[in-house]
Write a protein that binds this ligand. Structure first.
Ligand SMILES: Cc1ncc(COP(=O)(O)O)c(C=O)c1O
Length: 395
């Protein structure tokens, strides 16, 4: 029974219109709602690989060979050769020594902070964490879960410069274990973290640099190897976390990549790794195949970049407020929540699926549409999105 004090709160939430649409797959880059097919501008399948024949085939083969799941965590009988092969490939792809798969990047980020807390405690050193204010919720909650053990928490905002970060690094006790953590690509703005400057500060103050590259892996850098590759830092980021739920096949799963000393410690200390199942073999095989597609001659990266440029230059020409950059996340900042919701409803009516992002996902007064480009979008689809925006009354 739902406790009576919660009933009215739950009813109020229902009335406030919590929205979740039921959709079906359409042609690549599109989804179906009811009898209509819409251009899908709200998907993180940036490379359009979720339904790529080679990726689907690899997942099918693994499903045939291994069945639906391992029915055990990795530390029991859940480690298959597919898991270990993929971890090694993923690690070298992001420029690290080894990687540990987790059930999600959410779990991976939680595991990183829980493990660093234990390690700092064992070393009898205070833990100091320096986190960008715009970091993803999984990082924020990963730190919050360790609140009682984090002796110093310094928040900075890379948009305002790195003075707060530098100041924090100089004022925490010199014997503290210092950890700088940032998204590689910020998911609400689509801009890159200043990794080169963060790397320099990390070296100057002896801090560990942790980058969550969930939106960067597969997308940025000359070969799509992520934000580190994009800023010529492959092999120079201490710890990289990421997801399999976006460009790398769009399924489920996450990872922590880093020095072998840390990854093998995670294998014994990470509670989400030890006490929870890993992604199933079919998902691991499919995600592994996305790296083969990216490395092959029919890599979708060039198409993705052409479509991103088409949308970004169109949005700028319409003088809609957005963030500069080259990432397929293209925000259109409307400000007022109601207006943003109305615009998204109007776009859905005119064949473009996009959702409005409002508080608390973004700050109050900064409601926006987050358009996400995919290599699966046709040139005509992006033209249509721009035409709808042009007629929206906001341009
Ligand atoms: C930056 C970032 N980190 C972590 C996650 C969580 O990823 P997962 O779905 O694998 O838990 C997301 C997903 O939205 C994300 O954008």
């Amino acid at each position: 029974m739902i406790p009576p004090p919660l009933v009215s709160t739950l009813d109020a939430r229902l009335e406030s219109g919590d929205r979740e649409f039921s959709v079906r797959p359409g042609a690549p880059g599109r989804i179906s709602m009811g009898h209509r097919e819409l251009i899908n501008m709200a998907s993180c399948d940036y490379l359009g690989l979720a339904r790529h024949p080679a990726v689907v085939r690899a997942a099918h083969d693994a499903l045939d060979d291994w069945g639906l799941g391992t029915a055990a965590g990795r530390a029991l009988s859940g480690t298959t050769v597919l898991h270990r092969d993929f971890e090694r490939r993923l690690a070298s792809w992001v420029g690290c020594e080894d990687a540990v798969l987790h059930s999600s990047c959410w779990a991976a980020n939680a595991a990183v902070f829980a493990t660093l807390t234990v390690l700092a405690n064992q070393a009898r050193r205070p833990l100091a964490v320096f986190s960008d204010r715009l970091n993803h919720a999984s990082i924020i909650d990963g730190i919050r879960a360790q609140r009682s053990a984090v002796a110093h928490l310094v928040l900075y905002d890379h948009h305002a410069g790195l003075d707060d970060l530098r100041h924090g690094l100089t004022t925490v006790p010199t014997d503290a274990v210092k950890v700088i953590v940032t998204d590689g690509i910020f998911s609400m703005e689509g801009d890159q973290a200043p990794l080169r400057a963060l790397r320099t500060l990390a070296e100057e103050y002896g801090a560990l640099l942790v980058v969550d590259d969930s939106h960067g892996n597969g997308v940025v850098g000359p070969h799509g190897r992520g934000t580190a590759e994009s800023q010529q830092l492959l092999g120079r980021i201490d710890v990289i976390t990421g997801t399999l739920g976006k460009a790398l096949g769009g399924a489920i799963g996450g990872f922590v990549a880093g020095p072998r000393a840390l990854t093998s410690t995670l294998r014994s200390m990470s509670r989400p790794y030890t006490f929870s199942n890993n992604p199933p073999p079919s998902v691991v095989a499919g995600a592994h195949a996305t790296l083969d597609v990216l490395a092959g001659h029919d890599s979708p990266l060039a198409t993705l970049r052409t479509r991103v440029e088409q949308l970004r230059s169109g949005v700028i020409a319409l003088q809609l407020p957005t963030w500069p950059g080259k990432h397929p996340i293209v925000p259109v900042v409307i400000g007022d929540e109601h207006a943003a919701q109305e615009l998204s409803a109007n776009m859905i009516r005119t064949g473009v699926f996009v959702t409005a992002l409002t508080y608390p996902v973004v700050p109050r007064g900064a409601a926006r549409l987050r358009l996400q480009v995919s290599a699966a979008h046709a040139e005509s689809a992006i033209d249509h999105v721009l035409n709808v925006l042009a007629d929206s009354g906001h341009a």
